[in-house]
Design a protein. Sequence first.
Length: 201
Amino acid sequence: MSADFRGNRFLAAFSFLTIFPLTEQEDDAVDSLAYFPLVGFLLGCLLWACAHAFEEIFYATINALFIVSILTIVTRGHSLDGLAATLDGLARGRNARDIRAIMREDQRGSFGIMGLVLAIVAKYLLISQLIEARSFYSLLFFPTLGRWSMVCSAWFFPASQEEGFVGYPTLRDFWWATGVALLCSIPVSYTHLTLPTKRIV
């Protein structure tokens, strides 16, 4: 696999998962799943840097609000929209065909909206706790794990790949994505084992 092709796949993954249109070649997006965790790690680096920058300026609760807002804007709320569509489909659909049709609708129902609210509140509370405990390296890991879970969904549920998305991952893509996710977990594990953190009561 040439370096140019790998670079195109990474740029396609970055463009698909963020608001930054680094490439317009849709053909590369089909094979970009292997690079999703790497994009997640870069998003984590952004959150880590912002959390450090805001630490001396704002309280942990305000800092967490900025972090959640930045993550939502930079990712275009992509995963949140998918969550709302999934919840609507599962709640209102009677069979697989109905679920897929509901998930493709532009408007979201009450189940999707409630799921969005709960997900954002939970994310805010958890990030607030991480910042207050000064567990900044955890901010590197959870976006990586989230993007890796997208690869797992595509791998273990191939029916979800019908009619689009970004293609079905090969075995090599799956293990590559898994390896990246594991490597990104090393600094988090190391710091939790070696550095004391503030305990939340």
